[in-house]
Design a binder for this molecule. Structure first.
Ligand SMILES: [Zn+2]
Length: 224
């Protein structure tokens, strides 16, 4: 039997089950609905509840490892950090990012940042120029930046700047960010017309937006 974390009773006719973003099981039930009826419903939906709670738990643990720098995210995949004595620079191999054993401890983070930034600059150049061609647009320049709140920006001088943390994201989200900023060369706002341009290039824009929202915590990593 799974544990019920909260029952919210109201003037409703049916029972509904909900898993909160923290993995809690919340039941919405009619005012006079008997407890054993609720328990019965919960028992019947046990598989669904456990499946969803596990998903949330796994996600939270993963985020925790990323936030505490036990693991790093690179192009949407997770790598553990490990030491190796036969390498001179950071090396991605199988499921790990290997750090040279001799690298001083206080140099590890700056080197990881440098490694991300190089990748990010290359990706920004490649992906923005690819979509600039497709969309018949020419940005004045493409560079990387370090803002706390955004993945990318396009200013009124037609300069595109992408957060270096794009190197943590899956390729399709990097493309979405590139297309989003390029579309601002045509529409300097988030109007309906703007979104039409983005969607015409990337029909799956809505799901990309949702995915990207989940990655917002990455913007706070490697600061200070
Ligand atoms: Zn925008």
């Amino acid at each position: 039997m799974v544990a019920i974390d909260a029952i919210i009773r109201s003037k409703r006719k049916t029972i509904s089950l909900m898993i909160s973003p923290q993995g809690k099981l919340i039941i919405k039930a009619p005012l006079n609905c008997p407890m054993d009826y609720i328990t019965n419903v919960v028992n019947k939906r046990q598989d669904w509840i456990i499946k969803n709670q596990t998903k949330i738990l796994q996600h939270t643990t993963l985020n925790q490892d990323i936030i505490t720098y036990k693991k790093v995210m690179f192009l949407g995949k997770v790598y553990r950090l490990a030491l190796a004595d036969n390498i001179k620079k950071l090396t991605l191999y199988n499921d790990a990012l290997y750090i040279p054993l001799k690298m001083p401890k206080n140099k590890i983070k700056p080197n990881i940042i440098k490694w991300y930034k190089q990748t990010a600059q290359n990706l920004a150049n490649q992906r923005v120029s690819l979509y600039a061609n497709i969309m018949h647009l020419i940005p004045k320049s493409v560079s990387i930046n370090n803002t706390k709140t955004s993945w990318g920006l396009c200013n009124n001088k037609n300069e595109i700047k992408l957060n270096w943390r794009i190197a943590m994201l899956p390729p399709e989200l990097i493309d979405y960010i590139a297309v989003h900023e390029l579309a601002h060369l045509k529409e300097f706002n988030h109007s309906k017309k703007f979104w039409q341009i983005v969607i015409s290039v990337l029909p799956q824009t809505q799901s990309y937006k949702k995915e990207l929202k989940k990655g917002d915590y990455l913007l706070q990593l490697f600061r200070g």
